[in-house]
Design a protein. Structure first.
Length: 441
């Protein structure tokens, strides 16, 4: 009898270890080092969520009308990109499957979100996946990415750090994001972490800053001051007070400054960006610098959108207008061909490709999660729910600001990562909101 009971306990332990929940928990760790890993996770979890939704018979908690509405809003947000591509292609009477690749990865996450928001992957007495990600998995992701040197490549230059399948813009942005989220978790959960966990989190923050700077990419760094302002005003001042908040901000700024100054190439790129923006000529052609090139590309994108706002242009249809007088007066011949791989802006790329449908879907993709996070922070008095709000806000603001200078869903692994992360963060916050509302009633 004792042997049977022990075997049963071991079997249950293995089931918990090898489960959809465990797979989602560890999913960020190999994001930057194992190609196709995140896509595989999304496909597996997508199948599991469908099984859960079709088998689910009982509703544990009754939703309020507002929570039901938000559940549908986020579902539409996740399937919006694939609908936009489909509508644009339908109106243009064309079918180009590659344009569906990344949007489909996000759409696959809609049932995942719905299932998570209904309690899937939640275990009574266990921490939400969101909190486990922030406290343990994101720090481990940075440490693993730093330690696993075989994944690094020099294809982008001898002095540029990235992994073998991740472009430098995405690598720099994501490592900075993970460093900021690890910093937030360290301060939010300080009293719940032991000394070892605190040391690991601090080390991971420094590693994240190092990797981001050494990537040579400025993408996402605009979020650094935004993050610190939101963190200080929204969390630190009410909880730590003015003196401690200023001390932490000073220490963080000093460390960031040390890493930035240690890379002359990174400093040069930052200074050149300011110089190019301030000296940009709106009525003539400009040099082929990084910042002024982006400004010119954005102007081109707005022109293409204005010429075909309903149907969009698909991938390269806009080339019919690339020699228009309106564009030739400020864009050189070489520069006019650069957007063949995108307009270096998530919203504008989607808008040119799918017209107003792409514009609406891409704005909604960032806007609605941010609005949901702000509603949580404004109205909730539950401590854990407020932490959900902060994490969602930090994550989406970073992706929005990064998306202003590059496409954040253009690569399928990035689309899978974004779709899964949004599904977990907002899904668990909705499930927690439902449970809190039930208890309050």
């Amino acid at each position: 009898m004792h042997s049977f009971g022990s075997n049963w306990c071991r079997l249950e332990s293995w089931k918990r270890l090898i489960s959809f929940r465990s797979l989602v928990i560890v999913s960020p760790v190999f994001l930057l080092t194992v190609k196709h890993w995140t896509n595989l996770v999304v496909f597996v979890v997508f199948a599991g969520s469908l099984f859960f939704l079709f088998r689910k018979k009982e509703i544990v908690f009754q939703d309020t009308i507002k929570l039901k509405r938000w559940r549908w809003i986020i579902v539409l947000t996740l399937i919006g990109p694939v609908l936009a591509v489909g509508i644009g292609q339908l109106l243009r009477a064309e079918f180009y499957p590659p344009n569906f690749d990344a949007p489909l990865r996000i759409a696959f996450c809609a049932p995942v979100f719905w299932a998570i928001s209904r309690g899937w992957l939640s275990i009574e007495g266990k921490e939400p996946i969101t909190f486990l990600w922030m406290k343990y998995c994101l720090p481990l992701t940075l440490i693993w990415t730093f330690a696993y040197r075989p994944s690094w490549t020099t294809n982008w230059g001898a002095h540029v750090i990235t992994t073998y399948f991740v472009d430098v813009l995405s690598f720099g942005s994501l490592t900075l994001l993970f460093a900021l989220l690890s910093f937030a978790a360290l301060t939010f959960f300080w009293s719940r972490l032991n000394l070892l966990n605190r040391c690991i989190s601090i080390a991971s923050c420094l590693i994240g800053l190092y990797l981001s700077v050494k990537s040579g990419s400025r993408t996402g760094w605009l979020n650094m001051p935004v993050f610190l302002i939101v963190w200080a005003l929204g969390f630190s001042l009410p909880n730590y007070g003015r003196l401690k908040t200023l001390s932490i901000l000073l220490i963080t700024t000093v460390f960031a400054g040390v890493f930035i100054s240690s890379s002359p190439r990174f400093v040069t790129k930052i200074l050149s960006a300011f110089n190019e923006v301030s000296n940009y000529r709106w009525d003539n052609t400009n040099l082929m610098g990084s910042a002024d090139t982006r400004i010119t590309i954005y102007r081109m994108a707005l022109f293409y959108l204005s010429q075909n706002p309903i149907k969009g242009w698909g991938d390269l249809g806009w080339k019919d207008l690339m020699n228009s007088n309106e564009i030739v007066q400020y864009a050189s011949e070489n520069l006019r061909s650069i957007p063949e791989h995108g307009f270096h802006n998530e919203i504008l790329t989607s808008a040119v490709r799918s017209g107003i449908w792409g514009l609406i879907s891409s704005i909604a993709f960032f806007l609605f999660p941010i609005v949901w996070a702000l509603k949580i922070l404004q109205k909730s008095i539950d401590v854990d729910l407020k932490l959900f709000g902060f994490f969602i806000l930090f994550f989406m603001l970073h992706m929005l600001l990064a998306g202003m200078t590059t496409e954040v869903t253009n690569l399928v692994f990035l689309a899978s990562f974004l779709g899964l992360t949004i599904s977990v963060l907002i899904g668990e916050s909705l499930a927690h909101s439902t449970a809190v509302t039930h208890i309050a009633n």
